[in-house]
Design a protein around this ligand. Sequence first.
Ligand code: AMP
Length: 441
Amino acid sequence: MIQTIRGFRDILPADTFLWQAIEKTASELFENFGFQEIRIPIMEKTELFARSIGETTDIVEKEMYTFADRKGDKLTLRPEATASVVRSYIQHNMGSSDPVQKLYTIGPMFRRERPQKGRYRQFYQINAEVFGIASPYIDAQLILILNELFKRLGLSELKAHINSLGCKECRPTFQKELLSVLNDKKEHLCENCIRRMEKNPLRTLDCKVPTCREALKDAPSTLGHLCNGCRDHFETVKSVLKDQNVDFTVDKTLVRGLDYYSKTTFEILTTALGAQSAVAGGGRYDALIKELDGPDTYGIGFAIGLDRLAEIVAQMVNEKLTQTQDSSPKDDLQSDFMKLLSARFPDLFIIPIGEKAFRLAYLWSSALNIAGIRTETDYSGRSLKSLMKRADKLNCAYVLIAGDQEIEDNALVLRDMKTKEQYFITTDNPVEQIQTLLSRV
Ligand code: AMP
């Protein structure tokens, strides 16, 4: 039997309802902040990623799905979205109508990493990018938006890690100093760090190899070398975050894996599932647009890892739902997000019993579906008892018992599955009656 490729997977209906609810919560929030959706191709010319992400990054060096198409053009399945959104901003001259553009996109990314739990070769991200704003307020606002989104999804123990990488003015002096430390400590560094020292010394700062960490624990940080402009920028980001009660910590090792960042970088970490894990990351990339032959304007953005986020949210939802079985419902079960999740269950199950009932049940249920009430019925002629069981299994809020006898008596029984309350419906305009009843209760 043919199976999925290693590191690729299906997201099945049991999970997609949760993904959709997360995506809806995110897009609504982003749109409140003035973002508009953009949809970009999943494949681009390889050069776009090589030039933007950086030749010496893990992604470009060893993780891209790159191949020649039939004409020999070098193409790559996108490993991230920023480069494509920037390409689109430039290609469509978006800045000419309004230099300020706030865009978001949701979709799959491809990296040939070693698959493990929470790491896939096709994974999904929610990305947001802002062009044309130099102000540090927008840096703080992006972190605020992430914080708010994760709160809405019920995540707890959130922490924003932030850092500043400086700009093309102050980074060279810092890199020089770092390089001399790296040369001194060379014999303690891993192969990767030694290879990257010359081209991208910053990356050595977030190397996870213990000997590198130990050797570089007192290495100079970008924060100690910021020019006045970068320092003021970073101070404002911090003070705005404080004003908005966003919990953050300054993390001088947060250099991120891509070359294009400058000034603010950030990651949002959660300990919701015990171990600390990053659910989103981003930063400013003020030089990138010009580097890709666009206008000299500002850029900043973030990426949320949807696979990991969905796993965390699923666990939290399950925990909440099991808690409610033995105690009173928690307040946050009333949240908009939880309401979105429960909207997946049918509103109504029509139980037909007898010849006449079948046809009417089918007609009524289709009319209710069209009217926006999620209605299921049955075509197998099973007994009342077994259909009640099925309605229960499907988590239907109501059942309508429509036997030939009830139809004859002109008194259909609508039962609330939770409270067991019963209402009588006549056969002349059941759709309207059910609509009215369900909108009232
Ligand atoms: P990055 O673009 O590497 O900064 O990643 C942003 C977010 O995407 C991370 O915080 C992860 O949650 C997620 N992510 C990155 N790579 C993968 C992967 N291979 N599988 C699943 N999620 C990923």
